[in-house]
Structure formats: C-alpha cells, structure tokens
Design a protein around this ligand. Structure first.
Ligand code: MG
Length: 392
C-alpha cells in the first residue's frame, strides 16, 4: 500500500486533574508556547498530516484558541465529551459526516499532553500502515523492575520482558477505528483507541516510541518536560542603541515611567529611548529587523504612542518563535535627570510589560562626564542587551 496520509484527532478536552496545576495541563506554558501548541505544531508541520481536528471541552474553544495563538487558524476545533472515548467518537462521527471524497482514509489520535512528538514517530506509524497493518501504536520497553501492588502478592516481581508502555499518537485505517467506536460495548472505559481496535480483533502493530513523547500527567512532569525542551534551545544575544533629543517642556518617559523634569524627549512615539533600545535588542536577538521597520516613524499612527506597545510586540514575537527571554540589561546615559530615584519603578515597569520576574530585568544609568551630546544635555541615549533562547 502507498504511504497513508492522515487526519489527526488531537485531544484537549481533559481537565488534567492529576497534574496538580490550576490551569488544565494542555494550556500551561512550556518553553515559550503552550503544551497544546507544541502538540498541534508537531502534527500540522508533518508532511503526511493533511488536517488536524482539535477536540476541546464543551465551552473550551476560547481557551484553546488563546493557547494556540496563530496556530488556531490552521486547524478545526470541535467539542469533545465526558470521556476520552466520547471525544474521539464525536471526532470520528464529525469526519464520517463529511462529503465522501473528504472522509479521511487514515487517522492519528494524539493526546495533547504529549508535546514532545517528533516526526520520526509519525513516519514509523505510517510505515506500519503502509505495510498492511490496520492499526499501529508507539511503545517503549519497560526498564524498571515491576512488582505487584496487590495485597496478596505485594512485592512479587512481574516479568517485564513481555511488557511495553503505550504512547500516542496511535494510527488507524479510518474504517477500523470508526467501527471499533460504533461497536464498543465494553463495561470499562478504554484508556486508548488501540484497545478498542484489539477488541474487534484487529492486530495492532507496535512501533518504536520516543522517551520525549512522555505524557504530562503527575506533578513534576511539566518541569521535567521543560528541561527536555530547554535542551533544544540555542542562546541568542541582541544589542540595541538609541538617542533622542531633549526639548524644554516636553514630557519625559523613560523605561515606561513618566518622570517630572524640565525637559522631555522629542521624536518617534513618546520617545522612550530606554524602551526603544530594549525593543531593538529583542528584535536583534530574533534577527527580525529593528523598531523602525515594524513601527515606521513616518506612520502617523505611532505619533505620541506609548512605547510599551512596541515592547509588548517584541515580547510577543519571541513567544511566537517559541523562545524564552532569559535576561535583559538596559543602560540609560544622561547627566539629568538623576535615574537613581526612579530606577526601581523603571525595572518593575519593564518586568511587568515583559511578564518577566524582576531578577531577569536589569536597569542601570551612567553619565558621560559632561562630554558629548549627553554630557551637554542635548539628548539622552540608551543601550540594551537581551539574552533570548530560541528553538534551534
Ligand atoms: Mg527611538
């Protein structure tokens, strides 16, 4: 058989009560994007996946869209049900109701709480179906010694050689999985779809899983996954520099804080030179141009605009690239006003705009010993560096 093409059913309807987090685990931030976004992107970017159908809890579409960001436009969202099985059934019936030439030939079913999905796992599943299997799933060997927890046999070693740990995505011929769901009459809720295909007598082909595909289930799993994702990020450094002219009577904004002073800064927007340098540092780390290329001074809509909007934009760009801002350091260069009395407020303001802890935001000030344009009080300069980690 030719290599199958898939429609993926992505399950995000669970409340994730076992993971100990207040937010459902699939919506938590992980390395610059939500857990759900990582799972969705892995499916959407795979060349054998034609479409993704995301199943959310009833009333959960808005939360899912927020967690997906730009990716929300690339997939279809529908409501799941009380249990995993009902959510998959709803998805299958939705797809079965399509026009005949739109009904998928093959299906992947994936748990969104497994964000570490890599392309080779999907390739192995596709190869198994191409080889004639009606169903396939990724598994890992059990390496720990297993013992019984039943009272009568507590501590008895269970033979692990014949056991495997089951992961998702699981792959099926569409007709096989649809029939399994329509005919399901088991008393107990199945924990996955392969069990249902097996119940109907279909062989399920086992392919090699991936340790990175572990499910976020218990407290601590999320943090372990963060470390795993962080190992795939590379550090980037961006540098920003800016100068604005001082004019009598103008408002003075520095690092998002209004400072009473005889002079203020003139120029683009509110002329917050410290934020402008910081925005250029962040854009520099992304290699995505500079503040002027995103917010041209010639565009009247930016006249007098609060510069914190530009900073929020740069922070969003880092998130959209799946990055993390590790640290920023801003230096303001002027003779007057004195920055010291405002420094804590400026740091706090920058940290708030960037949603970063205070210890990852540094703000310093210096003079130029009355030399040069800043020394003569003609303007204020600022420079900034940003340390960002991005997916390699
Ligand atoms: Mg500027």
């Amino acid at each position: 058989m030719a290599t199958p093409r898939f429609t993926a059913i992505l399950l995000a309807a669970g409340s994730g009560s076992r993971s100990g987090a207040a937010v459902p685990k699939q919506y938590r931030a992980l390395a610059g994007a939500s857990v759900l976004a990582h799972s969705a992107r892995a499916l959407l970017d795979h060349p054998l996946v034609d479409a993704v159908l995301l199943m959310v809890a009833p009333g959960g579409e808005a939360a899912a869209r927020a967690a997906l960001g730009d990716l929300a436009d690339r997939l279809r969202i529908a409501e799941g049900g009380e249990t995993r099985r009902v959510s998959v059934r709803n998805a299958l019936e939705l797809l079965a109701g399509e026009a005949p030439d739109h009904i998928p030939s093959h299906i992947l079913v994936h748990d969104s709480a497994r964000p570490g999905l890599s392309a080779p796992v999907i390739d192995r599943l596709a190869a198994a179906l191409a080889d004639g299997a009606g169903a396939a799933m990724p598994v890992l060997p059990v390496v720990d010694t297993l013992v019984s927890a039943e009272e009568a046999a507590a501590g008895d070693v269970v033979d692990r050689a014949a056991l495997r740990r089951v992961q998702t995505p699981q792959a099926f011929a569409f007709d096989v999985l649809l029939a399994a769901h329509r005919q399901w009459a088991g008393a107990d809720e199945p924990t996955d779809d392969a069990q249902m295909a097996r119940t109907l007598g279909h062989a399920v082909r086992l392919v090699e899983g991936d340790p990175a595909l572990e499910k976020i289930t218990l407290p601590g799993d999320h943090e372990r996954m963060e470390h795993l994702f962080a190992a795939n990020l590379v550090s980037r450094t961006g540098l920003g520099f800016d100068v604005h002219r001082l004019e009598p009577g103008a408002e003075l904004w520095l690092a998002g804080v209004h400072i009473p002073h005889s002079h203020g800064l003139a120029g683009h927007s509110d002329a917050d030179v410290a934020i402008h340098a910081l925005v250029d540092a962040l854009l520099g780390a992304l290699a995505e141009g500079d503040i002027g290329s995103h917010f041209p001074p010639s565009d009247p809509q930016w006249r007098g605009a609060p510069s914190e909007r530009f900073l929020a934009f740069a922070v969003e760009r880092v998130a959209a690239r799946g990055g993390i801002i590790d640290h920023v350091d801003v230096t303001i260069i002027c003779e007057a006003p004195r920055i010291g009395p405002h420094r804590d407020a400026m740091r706090a303001r920058l940290a708030a705009i960037m949603a970063l802890p205070l210890d990852r935001v540094s703000l310093k000030a210096t003079t130029t010993e009355r030399l040069g344009l800043t020394g003569r009080g003609e303007g204020i300069a600022a420079q900034a560096v940003a340390s960002v980690r991005l997916p390699s």
